[in-house]
Write a protein that binds this ligand. Structure first.
Ligand SMILES: Nc1nc2c(ncn2[C@@H]2O[C@H](COP(=O)(O)OP(=O)(O)OP(=O)(O)O)[C@@H](O)[C@H]2O)c(=O)[nH]1
Ligand SMILES: [Mg+2]
Length: 531
């Protein structure tokens, strides 16, 4: 293959995630991006979902019932010359491990803020992770069609609470019911939108100068005067847009709109494409693997079983980092050193699949795997590449799961084996108290267990009972002591287990016991995530 072809394909890729606190409108915005990308003809709005219609993004049975996203969903589509890989993430804190993994696989994020609520706790957490990775962050102030904080308050909050420089690329004209359009500060144009029933079609838009009489007739006098004043203020307080600073993750470009009404969606998508870049290189130990490297490589950031009831298989989501991917290619699974063939590769639009014959850096492809694949694994033509692992976070609640009907042991065991391989909860084995028969399950929040039990029932027909355990805190421990010496030295209320990779963890019944341990056992290093 010519280097030029690879380079062109790389340049037209955009891979990003949509993140926020629950209910800010991520799935709605995702649907609207698809609508503007031409990937769906009619946006299946979230309200429609309640009447059992499909959204392309939230497809799991439980998600439809509850109207929340439980796991991240990949949607790939073309937007003009661009190939977009978009990941809609769940906002709920209990599913944040899934979201964290997705953040490792993308090159930028769109952060959605409910303008009625401002910056909420989960947005702040996710923001910190993005900032830590230094990836570009775009902000969409959503739900301008409802009464909310003023745009200036929202910008202030963004800068003060998150501590990032914010540049309003556009500015809302009117708010609540009077929200009629936005002023694009870079193009110096007003975009006036019209509502369409249910937001199912693209919103008709007309473009004007700020002084045009059409603008003055449509925007009420008070809102117009107010916007004029604010825009003047912005021209002194928020001048000089630096695309460079966006790419460094230092400035967030801010867009206003309403996803449900399709207001400002296209401006956001266009702005995102314009000010973000193609796929970024990834680190593998002390090497950096350039995207233009001819050798194919990528890593798995998510595994999902039974995604589609028609295909009861286990799908690994692969983020391509370098070289060209070709269907049925032979590669190394570098953790095990085995050579494997990537068969049945496909792209995804929510639940629907399409065979993929070739793919390029930035693309995310799914392929069926056996049980020896794990989140974080590298596949490459070069057996010496192992991408840096995806960080784990300490679980905050603990449980054991039991099979209540001995006659149904088989489906129970099979379901547990499959679902735990997806990492929907973390699995630990007890050292002290010694209990070889029951795994310790750790989760960020109880909804993860609910998903495990629900899916056991739905997908494997297996009933289960959950026993919550009183452990409060888990830390990865580094110590020279042997298992038995370490176990013997633990006081009441402290336990020992190991994670799936064999690393030891210490559990505490209370914060006080943790502090006590830290004071008295300084020879043992405790960590909130494993190294
Ligand atoms: N008024 C109004 N409501 C909106 C807008 N965008 C989304 N919503 C509503 O907000 C609610 C939540 O929307 P979702 O898109 O499911 O939110 P989410 O961020 O994906 O939620 P999780 O995935 O559960 O974190 C739904 O009832 C939407 O209809 C908007 O622009 N205006
Ligand atoms: Mg959602």
């Amino acid at each position: 293959m010519q280097a030029g072809v690879l380079q062109d394909e790389i340049l037209r890729r955009r891979t990003f995630a949509i993140i926020s606190h629950p209910d800010a409108g991520k799935t709605t915005l995702t649907e609207k991006f698809l609508l503007y990308g031409g990937a769906v003809q009619l946006a299946g709005s979230v309200t429609a979902r309640k009447q059992q219609r499909e959204t392309a993004s939230d497809w799991m049975e439980m998600e439809k019932k509850r109207g929340i996203s439980i796991s991240s969903t990949l949607l790939q589509f073309d937007y003009g010359p661009w190939r977009v890989n978009l990941l809609d993430t769940p906002g709920h804190k209990d599913f944040s491990e899934d979201t964290y993994r997705v953040l490792m696989a993308v090159d930028a994020v769109v952060m959605v803020i409910d303008s009625g609520k401002g910056i909420e706790s989960q947005t702040r957490k996710l923001f910190e992770i993005c900032r830590h990775r230094g990836i570009p962050i775009f902000t969409f102030m959503n739900k301008l069609d409802r009464p909310g904080l003023s745009p200036l308050e929202l910008i202030d909050e963004l800068e003060n609470v998150l501590g990032i420089h914010a540049y309003p690329v556009n500015w809302p004209l009117g708010s609540g019911r009077e929200f009629k359009g936005v002023y694009d500060r870079l193009q110096k144009e007003v975009h006036l939108f019209e509502k369409v029933p249910g937001g199912a079609y693209k919103a008709p838009v007309s473009i004007h100068g700020f002084e045009d009489s059409a603008v003055k007739t449509i925007i009420d006098e008070q809102s117009y005067a107010h916007a004029a004043e604010e825009l003047e203020l912005l021209d002194t307080a928020h001048v000089g847009f630096s695309p460079e600073s966006v790419l460094q993750g230092k400035t967030t470009p801010v867009f206003f709109g309403s996803a449900a009404n399709n207001f400002g969606v296209q401006l956001l998508l266009d702005g995102f494409i314009k000010y973000s870049t193609g796929p970024a290189e990834r680190k593998a130990g002390d090497r950096v693997i350039p995207v233009s490297n001819k050798t194919f490589s990528g890593f798995i950031f998510k595994i999902q079983t039974n995604m589609n009831p028609l295909h009861r298989d286990r799908i690994a989501f692969l983020r391509i980092c370098s070289g060209k991917f070709i269907r049925d290619m032979d590669v190394y699974h570098t953790r095990t050193g085995k050579s494997i063939r990537i068969a049945g590769s496909h792209t995804l639009l929510g639940q629907s699949r399409e065979t993929v014959n070739e793919a390029y850096p930035g693309d995310i492809v799914g392929f069926a795997v056996k049980s020896d694949f794990r989140v974080g694994d590298t596949v490459s033509e070069d057996p010496s590449i192992t991408f840096n692992s995806i960080p784990r976070f300490a679980p905050e609640c603990f449980a054991q799961i039991h099979n209540p009907s001995p006659g149904k042991y088989k489906p129970f065991r099979k379901g547990i084996e499959h679902l735990l391989a997806e990492d929907i909860v973390q699995v630990f084995r007890w050292i002290k108290p010694f209990n070889p028969n029951n795994a310790l399950l750790g989760a960020v929040g109880p909804l993860q267990y609910e998903v495990l039990q629900y899916r056991l029932k739905e997908e494997y027909g297996a009933e289960s009972t959950l026993e919550m355990l009183p452990w409060k805190i888990l830390r990865w421990a580094e110590s020279d002591l042997s298992d038995s010496d370490l176990a013997d030295s633990l006081s009441y209320g402290v336990a020992l287990a190991r994670d799936e990779q064999g690393r030891r963890v210490v559990l505490f019944l209370s914060e006080w016991l943790l502090r006590n341990f830290q004071e008295n056992r300084s020879e043992i290093t405790l960590r909130e995530s494993p190294v």
